[in-house]
Design a protein around this ligand. Structure first.
Ligand code: PLP
Length: 405
């Protein structure tokens, strides 16, 4: 796919062709997105919503158009259901706070899974501490997939919310969220989907999924950092109290009290990142032009090829090998005596050869505890990666293992 559209990829690192396999952490940006940011500041920058002057009206129109593009991209019924946030983390914290204020009481239960990113654990732990509620965890099966039978056993009349990742940022596994949502809905329990690792790789349709909330980050979707979204079904959002107070989220402010704005502005206090939203809209259109299904197929082929190539190296253990994955693969290397080759050393030697991978716990320490390792090596793909880069990575990995053995 169109790697030539991404200027950063043309450079060399340590005198070697850059192979960027850290897309789960953040993606690179195509020229059209970089140009959009420059265009915004060069031609129409002005604060939005309250301005009567021309530039403010242009900026407002661009921001709201981006909201509509993103609503359409994820299949929301209305752009009122798209709340701009700073990213997935803020979306989850916002939901934990607002939903928690409205619906969580002592003894209530919230369910997450054993493979969550810290962003989908800690806000719920904080809420549980605040409200004396209980966090339940869906365990993993031997093959590291979610144990759906155990999940069924966790759902009960005290369960108030389920929040799970669509795609694991460590294992790359695509979770059976349709089933997870259906089972929760049978008991009238709402479900939040952490889409940080799915929205960049898969077609998402929140109405078809019937999830109640969905969060994602622009920077993993070929768009700028500092912006994300929280989707919520309108009937849920209408019931939630505001998150932060300030400008934009109010209707009227009097010393006698404040009334709040309508959706989505009630949840968007302060000046929003309207340049970021505009550039995200441009990135979303770029992804749609490339074809999201085509991106998904391409990346799944890369993942399958990588697993096949890794499988030929002695001492490599691939986590959740052979399962359908989107975007990411984690592995570790063991030497002839069965000792773990430290992922940090592998990461450093790969970097020396121009290959950017991520090593460590990937903000999923509970999952690392389960895998009984301090960390893994993770390779994660974007639309611009290709098989030639995988071959470069595999040769670099063989060399690194040889040097460390
Ligand atoms: N959830 C998952 C599954 C992630 O992979 C990430 C980031 O890697 C996050 C949440 C947090 O995203 P952000 O740092 O953009 O807020």
């Amino acid at each position: 796919m169109r790697s030539s559209d991404f200027p950063i990829l043309k450079q060399q690192v340590h005198g070697k062709r850059l192979v960027y396999f850290d897309n789960a952490a953040t993606s690179q940006k195509p020229q059209c997105v970089i140009d959009a940011i420059s265009e915004a500041y060069s031609t129409w920058n002005a604060n939005i919503h309250r301005g009567t002057h021309h530039l403010s009206q242009v900026a407002t129109a661009k921001h709201e158009e981006a909201r509509s593009i993103l609503a359409q991209m994820i299949g929301a019924q209305s752009s009122k259901e798209i709340l701009f946030t700073r990213g997935t983390t803020e979306g989850l914290n916002m939901l934990a706070f607002c939903f928690g204020e409205a619906f969580i009481h002592e003894g209530d239960e919230i369910i997450v899974s054993a493979m969550e990113h810290h962003s989908n654990i800690v806000p719920w732990q904080m809420l549980c501490e605040r409200k004396k509620a209980v966090l339940r965890v869906i365990p993993l099966r031997e093959d590291l997939s979610l144990d759906i039978e155990a999940y069924k056993g966790l759902l009960n009349e005290r369960t108030k919310l389920v929040s799970v990742a669509h795609v694991s940022n460590v294992l790359g596994i695509i979770n059976p969220i349709e089933e997870i949502i259906r089972l929760a809905h049978e008991k009238n329990i709402p479900v939040c989907i952490d889409g940080a690792q799915s929205a960049p790789h898969l077609k998402v349709d929140v109405q078809a999924l019937d999830c109640d909330f969905f969060v994602c980050s622009a920077h993993k979707m070929y768009a700028p950092t500092g912006i994300g979204l929280l989707y919520g079904k309108q009937q849920w959002l209408e019931q939630l109290p505001p998150y932060q107070g300030g400008g934009e989220m109010i209707d009227h402010v009097r010393w006698s009290g404040t009334t709040y704005n309508v959706l989505p502005y009630r949840f968007e206090a302060g000046t929003p990142d309207y340049v970021g939203s505009y550039a995200w809209g441009v990135a979303a259109q770029y992804m749609q032009d490339c074809g999201i299904d085509a991106i998904a197929t391409h990346e799944q082929e890369l993942a399958a090829y990588t697993e096949q190539q890794l499988g030929q190296i002695e001492g490599i253990h691939i986590y959740a090998a052979g399962q359908k994955k989107a975007g990411a693969i984690s592995f570790n290397a063991y030497d002839a005596s069965g000792k773990l080759v430290h992922p940090f050393d592998l990461g450093a030697l790969l970097d020396q050869q121009g290959v950017a991978v991520r090593i460590g716990h990937h903000c999923a320490e509970p999952l690392m505890d389960e895998l009984k390792v301090p960390g893994t090596v993770r390779v994660s793909f974007g639309m611009y990666n290709d098989k030639e880069e995988i071959d470069l990575f595999i040769s670099a990995l063989r060399r690194a293992i040889q040097m460390l053995s």
